[in-house]
Each structure stands twice: as C-alpha cells, then as structure tokens.
Design a protein. Sequence first.
Length: 136
Amino acid sequence: MDKKHRITIPARWRSDADEDEFFVAPDQTNSYLLVMPPEEFQKVAETVSRHEGLTPQERRAFIRRFYSSAQQCFSDKQGRLLLPEEPRKQVGIRDETELVIAGSLARFEIWNGKRWDDTFEAGTSDYKKVADLVGL
C-alpha cells in the first residue's frame, strides 16, 4: 500500500478498460477486505434474495449491514485501487501494515499480513482434509 492508501491490483484481476469498478467491504468477521467486481456484488443480492433458509428479518439484517458497509471504488489507469479509510480501519489495515492480496475465485481479499499468517496457519488441517477429499 502506498502513502495514498492505494494498492496495485494484480493484472489477472483487471480488465483492459482504463479503470475497473470494484466493491470493497469488510468480511463478516472484520478479518479482511472483500473486493469484488460489480457482477459478483450483484450475485450476493440475488443469492440472499433467493435463499430459502433465511427469514425476512435475517435477510433484511444481512442486506442492511453488508450493503451499508460496502463502498464502490474505481482503479486508476495504472491499476491502483484506493482503499477507503473506514473499511481499512475495521480490518486492522494501518499505514505501516504489510498487506496480502489473496485470490478467492471471482473475488479477492486484502488482508493485514499478520492476520493472514495466523489465519493461513490455522486453516492448514482444513485445507489438507478438503485437498484429500477432492483428490489433490
């Protein structure tokens, strides 16, 4: 992250346009920033709207919290994305924080480096279990 709180988005997550649109929101545990393109952001609304296991109250609570915390952001021509201040603070990203950018299918995550290390290590047994189940 540079002094202006921008990160460079890896090329594989950018389009050929002069700027890319993303939505940035803290995850449900305030552990990392979830970054998704508009089509993925819209899929969240569609999934929540269709999910049969949710009550109207649960649906409203989720929509209220998730969409009020999400911020629309645009990358510049150099592929840099300005990380909004409030979401950064919520997940423990400060000026001097080392960051990790992790791919997550059609989305990516921005982690405080220390928190990433701790979470990555804690997930080792789950990773191994799933890797075995899917034949890796």
